[in-house]
Design a protein. Structure first.
Length: 390
């Protein structure tokens, strides 16, 4: 018997505990929200002189104590949009038409110069409104409808501010606000891929004999948010030996690169990580070479194994442009380095005519005068040597 009483007592205590814990959740209510609907108006078809509608809405007004007064201000970028119509809805919807004379429109203002509308309403005789059964208000409602005319191309927030909800005792009803957004701009063009390239593209100098040294840069164009960069530069190890690898001027002094030199296989590795991402153009690495022999005079400087990532370790788009080394005598205009300036060189120059460093069809070999642009002066230099051979 005693055991049975203990079990019953425990059951009562457990039930009581469960109700105590569950009651707050059962009576939890959603927050009151004032928001712009739809939240986003994004349409490239909304050209100047077209129109669109938005509403300002309120959801989850508590029944106890309920709402008897409301105020807000909605702003936008002046000149981009023009408010054509600003129509109050809430108080006219909840108030029978016979009692509309009791609606107190404190403020219903449109200012297109300043880029805003203002709204404030309640009832003149709140006691009478309560007695007649149409106040206070609860639940979900449209507060106002707004018709905008588009005046230009652009984007802007539809920003709610100064929102005040009042109950019958002139107390604040806590609320949250959610802005809207307008844009009639198309998607921005994709960013140009970064270009990692050898600079100068061609090292051609007959005086660079065995024991001579020269330096090149591995540079980047159109860097955008580059937080990590890795590459491998391959070269002919019988012609060249890498002597050193250093950080370029584009990389912050606080960033220490990880480097590797292999003069047996013929490559240099370079890796940096930066908490301050790289944006723009500049040299990321400086590599010094020693000319190793006179009998092997050419080497491609080939960029490979590139990794370009942002701060979230997401891969960024890129292209590469190799370089070359020779200490053979060369002719200005011999773009393909076959020892003759001929029609093949002219075709290469024509294909890249009008481009500048970083353009898709850029051919650094065709920039004969080295001014960073393939123009008529380069073609003149090529024409002067057309038909000549080494």
């Amino acid at each position: 018997m005693a055991k049975r009483l203990i079990v019953i007592a425990l059951a009562i205590l457990l039930t009581s505990f469960m109700y105590t814990v569950a009651l707050p959740k059962a009576f939890a209510v959603d927050p009151t929200i004032v928001y712009v609907d739809p939240p986003k108006v994004e349409d490239t078809g909304l050209v100047p002189n077209t129109t669109f509608n938005v509403s300002v809405r309120v959801n989850n007004i508590p029944a106890d104590p309920g709402l008897v007064g409301l105020e807000f201000r909605l702003t936008w970028t002046p000149g981009l949009l023009i408010c054509q119509t600003f129509q109050e809805i809430l108080f006219h919807n909840v108030t029978p038409s016979d009692f509309w004379s009791n609606i107190w429109g404190l403020k219903l203002q449109t200012n297109n110069t300043g880029g805003y509308v203002q709204y404030a309403q309640t009832w003149q005789d709140i006691s009478q409104a309560i007695a007649d059964g149409y106040a206070p208000t609860s639940g979900n409602h449209i507060i106002a409808n707004i018709v905008f005319k588009v005046n230009a191309t652009g984007k802007c927030p539809l920003h709610l501010e100064g929102v005040k909800l009042g109950d019958p005792n002139a107390n604040v009803i806590p609320s949250q606000m959610t802005d809207g957004f307008f844009s009639n701009m198309g998607a921005p063009p994709p960013p140009k891929p970064a270009l990692l390239y050898v600079d100068p593209a061609k090292t051609a100098n007959a005086s660079l004999t065995s024991g001579s040294t020269f330096a090149i840069n591995i540079s980047i164009i159109n860097a955008s948010g580059v937080a990590g960069l890795e590459f491998k530069l391959n070269f002919n190890s019988t012609a060249l030996n890498a002597q050193s690898v250093a950080r370029g001027s584009f990389v912050l002094p606080s960033v220490t690169p990880i480097t590797q030199i292999d003069n047996t296989t013929g490559f240099v590795k370079f890796n940096i990580s930066s908490s301050t991402p790289l944006d723009g153009n500049g040299s990321v690495a400086v590599i010094e070479f020693l000319v190793a022999a006179d009998d092997v005079k050419n080497s491609t400087l080939h960029i490979s194994d590139v990794s370009l990532v942002d701060s979230a370790n997401e891969t960024l788009p890129f292209t590469t442009a190799d370089g070359s080394f020779t200490n053979l005598k060369t002719l200005p205009g011999d773009l393909n380095e076959d020892g003759t300036v001929d029609i093949n060189d002219a075709i290469l120059a024509a294909n890249s005519f009008g481009t500048t460093d970083g353009d898709p069809n850029w051919n650094p070999a065709a920039d004969i005068d080295g001014n960073g642009e393939i123009d008529v002066f380069d073609l003149i230099l090529l024409a002067q040597n057309f038909g000549r051979k080494l």
